[in-house]
Design a protein around this ligand. Structure first.
Ligand code: NAD
Length: 276
């Protein structure tokens, strides 16, 4: 069984670099996906209150024969729960649904700037960490200006920023802004929601290494010092997506994938304009 490398976070904690994403996974399916992943060697699961599957994720964590202390669990405060009191309440409700006393990482899901509440929400996360509800705190979908504001106002930097990132949307500017604040970058929709798996450039690299396109893309994230949370509910794919630590992309591969970057490559919403 291969183990994921760990990425050291600025607060001294460490996160397994490859985890399982469970967006769009109903509770009953999440139980099995999480259990399968843990049995395959994963030690990191990424959920969120809005995914509606924290109960299933919690059940999956308990179903596998892996000590809780070895597993890194992330959840997120949904936009409608932004605000100081609301976010603390939301964090406690997530813990209850997960059946956990503490998560490893709590994120603000989106800055949702039109609500004007992400700074208060960040202060709540700082308090949640002090209260022991979570070991680490971070953000998701934060643009450099949002990051600068919360760090400037509170002096506390998130350990990571989880953003849309895949070979067709490589986010170089946001990655640089994160790094400048000591904030790690985590890639969501790392496979482009599956759309990148038929790309001929990726397929060529996969053939060369005797790997699958999904494995090549996940390896690309790992080789770029990104934390990555591919989603699958299919047991063989869950296992496949974790068999990525026995090869590396060479300089040619990396420059070929670098050329796939496209400023128009975003699949999800733009954090500045999203009205949710
Ligand atoms: P993804 O890029 O991980 O792609 C998942 C899809 O790719 C699967 O549904 C499946 O169709 C396909 N796939 C996966 N492995 C495969 C394999 N080995 N072979 C063939 N096909 C395969 O998409 P995602 O689910 O959008 O993103 C991953 C995770 O990121 C989510 O589950 C969630 O945890 C997180 N996420 C976070 C945010 C956020 O706003 N913070 C937004 C979207 C996703």
């Amino acid at each position: 069984m291969s183990n994921s490398p760990l990425t050291k976070l600025s607060d001294g904690n460490a996160i397994p670099q490859v985890g399982l994403g469970v967006w769009q996974t109903p509770n009953d399916v999440a139980v099995e996906a999480v259990r399968t992943a843990l049995e395959a060697g994963y030690r990191h699961v990424d959920t969120a209150a809005i995914y509606g599957n924290e109960e299933g994720v919690g059940q999956g964590l308990r179903a596998a024969d892996v000590p809780r202390g070895e597993i890194f669990v992330t959840t997120k405060v949904w936009n409608e729960e932004q605000g100081y009191d609301e976010a603390l309440r939301a964090a406690k409700a997530s813990l209850k649904r997960l059946g956990l006393e503490q998560v490893d990482l709590l994120l603000i899901h989106w800055p949702s700037p039109w609500r004007g509440k992400y700074l208060e929400t960040w202060k709540a996360l700082v308090q949640a960490q002090k209260d022991g509800l979570t070991r680490s705190i971070g953000v998701s979908n934060f643009e450099p200006e949002h990051l600068e504001r919360i760090v400037g106002e509170t002096g506390v930097a998130p350990v990571l920023n989880q953003i849309e990132l895949h070979p067709r949307f490589q986010q170089k500017a946001t990655r640089a802004a994160n790094a400048a604040q000591g904030v790690k970058t985590e890639s969501w929709s790392p496979l482009g929601q599956g759309r990148l798996l038929n790309d001929p450039v990726i397929a060529n690299i996969a053939r060369k290494h005797g790997k699958t396109p999904a494995q090549v893309i996940i390896c690309w994230h790992v080789d770029n010092d990104l934390i990555v949370i591919p989603k699958s509910v299919t047991p063989s794919r869950i296992r496949e997506n974790f068999e990525v630590f026995d090869f590396q992309l060479d300089a040619d591969d990396l420059s070929t994938v670098a050329a796939l970057d496209d400023p128009e490559g975003r699949i999800g919403s733009h954090p500045l304009h999203a009205k949710f």
